[in-house]
Design a binder for this molecule. Structure first.
Ligand code: WT7
Length: 650
């Protein structure tokens, strides 16, 4: 195996789309791809405008494709009106898809549920009526904190139906993180569950909610789904059971048409400061991005069973479990639990059970599955698979080859999709029937996206020169704002190049074929298991502990997670810097943010390497965390002795 990997790197092997795949694909040749790119380049608005008319159902047609009067606050499809839930549901009900499976759900304990488009529409209608009854109206924010059960997309679509803006908070986040998001979004209503199944046990959600809501006096209603049946406290007047709320509700609720710029959802993500950013997405442009890429990148067909293993708490689940697949009338598989419960072959068992054709997961998951051994995938029939995908971080050639051979049987193309919470849709990715693929490269921009690698001044760089990854034109599913903080939106994404280009913090290079190779973040953000965490966030969590005086957090290499979290901590005078404190601090961070943010390593120190102006020199800390020699210039260091003492005791 390793000899082959070397040869992959050495020869730069390229895998062409299999002929039969290309023949049946929606985009079936490089010629078709370059034609699309050329059309978009020549007539940008015409290109996206035509797609918006073709792929979305408008209750009122738009009159202008792109309004650029007030950059970077771009507006798409001005004058139009649509409803996202009507696009995901109603328009399929007048077709043969009415009784097609929309969601095939698998609970961790092995219970299953299939909802046809008609059934899903009825559930959404009922729940939309519940929300209306609770006084939720267009523009209100609704926070959703749920396990991976069908009621989660039902709740999202019900919000969309009445024009409410949802904000899904990942079920792995702590009460503290949930509270911050409820407050930032100004939500008055919360949708949750008693708990969810994970690794064989019932993980409590309502307990977290009770804790979070102590700090959210504005929340007047919490709707609680009974999933696990665990004991929960219901607060009179505030908490209602989902099943009680929907009892007797009409399954019909008219969709409220909204402006295409109306915020469909807010999703919080990490940046380089301590405060999570509420990324605001639109209705029309967002849905167009999710729908078109669902077709181009996943080549979705009506006969496909498609499965994205992400949690809906992340953008991947929003775009590629809920909105993209449903708008396309596809069958989307949804799984509640852990990939290794009750056995290490659970994912492959689900592939076999539902004859999954398209499978989308993260490199971190692939690396973990490699470790469990080939006997697990070999136990199951994976021959239904025709296409594989990855997202979240660069995939190393070793994991790529395993995915390609052991899971894909050397017959399935792999789409390595580069995108972000802010981009809403795939931005750089192979189109599987067209693009020759290279292990480890996200390949080329999807047609209609103009990406480039530039230097600090914004000049395009030549082949294989590392630089900053930028997007040169606004695109339909782009972030519209940082909720409540337009200045932060401007500064973070458009500040780097004076408003000319979108920049969200990745470094990259393009090879001689124009293929993009993503090199990771260039800001103070770590990519843990394919999800972004701001180093500042973890630092603030550490410093909030009463024994911590100062903390600096950097990423370090981690075989499984891509990047691990390494924390340098200065404690207060009376603290005892022992293993017990390490454990206490790790638990403290888990409580403040969630288990995903727990530092993998904590090193106590007396001082941190700082410049004369007091800035922590993270570059030096990263070298120490990675066990490397100090590289680069240390002349700006205020006290050279700090480095030596940091390295002591390694
Ligand atoms: C960051 C965005 C988009 C959903 C998952 C993460 C990294 C994402 C790739 C890829 C290399 C990737 C980038 C990006 N990233 N996909 N295919 N190859 N890196 O969403 O939390 O918004 O993180 O993930 O660094 O900026 P997110």
């Amino acid at each position: 195996m390793s000899a082959e990997i070397e040869s992959v790197l050495h020869e730069n092997r390229v895998f062409d789309p299999p002929a039969a795949f290309a023949k049946a694909a929606r985009v079936g040749s490089m010629q078709a791809y370059t034609d699309m790119v050329a059309r978009a380049d020549k007539d940008y608005e015409g290109y996206w405008g035509d797609l918006a008319r073709e792929h979305l159902t408008w209750s009122k047609p738009f009159t202008k494709v792109l309004n650029q009067d007030n950059p970077p606050f771009f507006k798409w499809f001005e004058g139009g009106e649509l409803n996202v839930s009507a696009n995901c549901l109603d328009r399929h009900l007048n077709s043969w898809r009415k009784n097609k499976a929309a969601i095939v759900w698998e609970g961790e304990p092995g219970d299953t549920r299939t909802l046809t488009y008609q059934e899903l529409a009825h559930e959404v209608g009922r729940f939309a009526n519940v929300l209306k009854g609770k006084g939720v109206t267009k523009g209100d924010r609704v926070v959703i904190y749920m396990p991976m059960v069908p009621e989660l997309p039902i709740a999202m679509l019900a919000c969309a139906r009445i024009g409410a803006t949802h904000s899904v908070v990942f079920g792995g986040f702590s009460a503290e993180a949930l509270k911050d998001r409820i407050l930032d979004a100004g939500a008055k209503i919360l949708i949750t569950a008693d708990g969810g199944w994970r690794r064989g046990s019932a993980v409590a959600l309502k307990v977290m909610v009770d804790d979070a809501l102590k700090g959210c006096p504005e929340v007047s209603t919490a709707i609680v789904l009974k999933r696990t049946g665990q004991e929960v406290a219901m607060q009179e007047g505030r908490d209602v059971w989902w099943h009680d709320a929907i009892a007797g509700q009409s399954p019909k609720c008219d969709p409220v048409p909204v402006d295409p710029e109306h915020p469909l959802f807010i999703l919080y993500t990490s940046g380089s400061t301590g405060k999570p950013k509420g990324v605001v997405h639109s209705s029309g442009g967002y849905l167009l991005g999710a729908t078109t890429t669902m077709q181009w990148v996943f080549d979705i067909k009506d006969e496909d069973t498609y499965w994205c293993t992400a949690d809906i708490g992340w953008v991947t689940g929003h775009s590629y479990i809920v909105y993209g697949p449903l708008a396309c009338g596809a069958t989307s598989v949804m799984y509640e639990g852990a990939p290794t419960t009750p056995h290490a072959g659970r994912l492959w068992e689900i592939v076999e059970k539902h004859s999954v054709n398209i499978f989308y997961t993260a490199p971190t998951a692939i690396r973990a599955l490699v470790k469990l051994g080939d006997e697990w995938p070999h136990k199951f029939d994976l021959s239904s698979l025709r296409l594989l995908g990855t997202v979240g971080e660069p995939i190393n050639p070793e994991a790529w080859m395993w995915y390609y051979k052991t899971i894909g049987g050397e017959r399935c193309p792999i789409v390595d999709t580069w995108w972000q919470t802010e981009t809403g849709m795939h931005m750089i990715s192979p189109l599987p029937g067209a693009t020759p693929i290279k292990p480890g490269s996200a390949t080329l921009p999807v047609p209609g996206i103009f990406a480039d690698v530039v230097d600090q001044e914004g000049n395009s760089l030549g082949p294989n020169q590392g630089g900053l990854l930028v997007i040169k034109r606004p695109w339909p599913s782009m972030i519209r704002n940082v909720y409540g903080d337009p200045q932060r939106y401007k500064d973070t994404y458009w500040g780097e190049f004076g408003g000319k280009y979108y920049f969200a913090g990745d470094g990259a290079r393009k090879d001689e074929d124009g293929y993009f190779w993503i090199m990771g973040r260039v800001d103070d953000v770590i990519n843990v298991s394919g999800h972004r965490l701001g180093t500042m966030e973890v630092e603030s969590a550490l410093v909030s502990h009463d024994q911590v005086a100062e903390a600096a957090v950097v990423g370090c290499p981690d075989d499984l997670k891509g990047e691990g979290i390494f924390a340098f901590v200065i404690t207060k005078g009376d603290a005892k810097n022992d293993d017990a404190l390490v454990k206490t601090l790790r638990d403290h961070v888990a409580k403040e943010i969630g288990p995903i943010a727990k530092p993998d390593h904590i090193k106590f120190t007396d001082a941190l390497p700082k410049t004369r102006s007091g800035k922590i020199m993270r570059r030096l800390l990263r070298d120490i965390a990675a066990g490397r020699e100090t590289r680069g210039d240390t002349s700006t260091l205020e006290d050279a002795g700090t480095l030596e003492s940091l390295r002591k005791g390694e």
